[in-house]
Design a protein. Structure first.
Length: 92
């Protein structure tokens, strides 16, 4: 199955099943990356990148309360943008 076919099939899944799949990918990310590195994938990580990825995953495991859900992210970014624009407008 091609990547495009897989993407299409994933988007056909109900929202809850897609969310479960994404959670599975995050849980198995290192395994997936290590497996692709073993077959010579072009997207191999440098030792520094792999160390940073492992550090971030460890931080997530140790402090899951720091995670911010994706839902609402666009709105939070818009609010920040508007706040910055308002500050700039007041300053000028």
């Amino acid at each position: 199955m091609s990547r495009a076919e897989l993407e299409h099939k994933l988007m056909e899944l109900p929202k809850d099943e897609r969310r479960q799949f994404v959670e599975w990918v995050y849980e198995h990310e290192l395994e997936l990356l290590e497996e692709s590195a073993a077959v010579g994938d072009e997207d191999d990580l440098s030792p520094e990148q792999e160390a940073e990825l492992r550090r971030r995953l460890k931080e997530i495991d140790e402090h899951p309360e720091c995670l911010v859900p994706w839902e609402g992210t666009v709105e939070r970014l818009r609010q920040r943008l508007y706040a910055v624009q308002n500050q700039e407008n007041r300053a000028s």
